[in-house]
Design a protein around this ligand. Structure first.
Ligand code: PLP
Length: 432
């Protein structure tokens, strides 16, 4: 399988090169030349296949011969080695809990898959690879955990001192081994700028193989299809496929779901549930795509003013607006609606959502009111404990911390404090 750049200037590449490059040199996003057809027989008998087998069959056509079968099977098995349950909330709404991975967010799946693919590819690269990321919180944890102990790869994470939550900081700073946390006395923007400057530094390029673990990387994007198949496997009414609501920020997650659907997975409709950052909901009304400055909300992992993966959704539909509208709708939910939903679902259904899941839940309810008789799934993208400061005042109850995280909270933080200065970052990178 080859991937072309959505800007159509850079040459086509295979899965290996697309993973190593991240973004295409012409600044476009890599997109598969054709969308594979998932075996109909497997869809019809999905309950008789293991999750490992389903995930392997989903990803195999994209990877092609870039990774041998046995190795790819191992990577897939390690990627999905935690529960992804579909939980009953009401007779019409089910929650796909994507937060049982090591950092309690759905980003674990993409990060684990990408890290292992890159780990395989660096073996014949002949030099060590350094993954450099700046984080405002969640991405760093998933990347750190995903790459932990992967041979041949060092990970350097920059985070703004005092500006990430305690849980997030522990997730970044307690792993050790090949994971290096740099606590920058500055803001997230400073961290991002330092990373950007390091990437364009010719001197560093000569000595190190630097790469990013950006969310647009095909090896992070494509494995997100897996859990849409797992959801369908657990769906009881196979002849009445679900409507799926996806809390969306950069639109990578929902775009993977749509790709799965176009490959043959039965889904009735997709709802892209956004917070106040309503670029896509506006587009669906006006057909005009107008990026804006992101506004802060309580579902902050979706505070995105220019969703980078949306172009891939347009690509799937050949930029035909009518076709897109048949499959996807989008809406913007306020913080007030998010909080009310979180509270009502907790009190009436005894089910605790996180703010991102609550955005999806409200959007699904709204859709069901307009389209009666439809049953749906909301993707729960993070564990409520990650947003306890929002959740606890609403429920009046402490959120129980999963045992896996409790252990990590007791570990000693290990980080290197540095000034917001790229020269210091360079020095650190060269000393690894
Ligand atoms: C990243 C994230 C999202 C948004 O996912 P996209 O793929 O960027 O649309 C939603 N919820 C949580 C908790 C996240 O961390």
């Amino acid at each position: 399988m080859f991937f072309y750049s959505t800007n159509n200037i850079s040459p086509k590449v295979d899965f290996k090169q697309a993973t190593i490059n991240g973004q295409a040199p012409d600044k476009g996003l890599y997109f598969p030349e054709e969308i594979p057809v998932f075996p109909v027989e497997m869809i019809e008998n999905i309950n008789s296949y293991s999750n490992e087998e389903i995930a392997f069959q989903v990803i195999r056509p994209y990877v092609g011969d870039a990774i041998p079968e046995a190795e790819l099977r191992r990577i897939v098995a390690e990627t999905i080695n935690f529960d992804i349950p579909l939980v009953w909330v009401t007779d019409d709404i089910f929650s796909l809990e994507l937060y049982h991975g090591p950092t309690l967010a759905f980003k674990d799946i993409g990060a684990r898959f990408m890290s292992r693919c890159l780990g395989y590819f660096v073996k014949d690269l002949g030099k060590k690879v350094t993954v450099l990321v700046a984080t405002s919180g969640d991405t760093g944890g998933a990347v750190a955990n995903g790459f932990f102990d992967v041979d041949g790869i060092d990970v350097v994470i920059l985070y703004p001192s005092g500006k990430v939550s305690t849980v997030q900081e522990k997730q970044l700073t307690t792993l050790g081994k090949n994971i290096h946390a740099l606590e920058v006395t500055g803001t997230f923007d400073d961290c991002q700028l330092m990373v950007k400057e390091a990437f364009s530094d010719e001197g560093l390029k000569e000595k190190l193989f630097l790469t990013s673990a950006n969310s647009i990387n095909v090896a992070r994007w494509l494995p997100q299809q897996f859990y849409y198949f797992f959801a369908y496997k657990q769906w009881q009414q196979k002849n009445n496929p679900p409507v799926i609501a996806v809390p969306s920020g950069n639109f990578g997650n929902i775009c993977a779901g749509i790709l799965a659907h176009v490959s043959g997975l039965p889904v009735k409709h997709f709802i892209a549930a956004c917070n106040a950052n309503d670029i896509v909901p506006s587009f669906m009304q006006t057909e005009k795509y107008e990026p804006k400055k992101a506004v802060p909300t309580i579902s902050n992992a979706m505070d995105v003013g220019n969703p980078s993966n949306f172009i891939r959704i347009l690509e799937i539909f050949g930029h035909h607006f009518i076709n897109l509208k048949k499959v996807v709708s989008s809406c913007s939910i306020t913080d007030e609606e998010t909080k009310e939903t979180l509270k009502a679902v907790y009190q009436q259904k005894k089910y605790l959502l996180d703010p991102h899941g609550a955005v999806g839940y409200f959007a699904l309810q709204q859709y069901q009111q307009k389209n009666p008789g439809q049953k749906g799934i909301v993707l729960e993208t993070a564990h409520p404990v990650k947003f306890f400061d929002v959740v606890e005042p609403i429920t009046g109850q402490p959120v129980l911390i999963p045992t896996s995280v409790q252990a990590q909270l007791l570990l000693q933080k290990k980080s290197t404090k540095i000034a917001a200065d790229t020269a210091m970052l360079k020095q650190f990178l060269l000393s690894l």
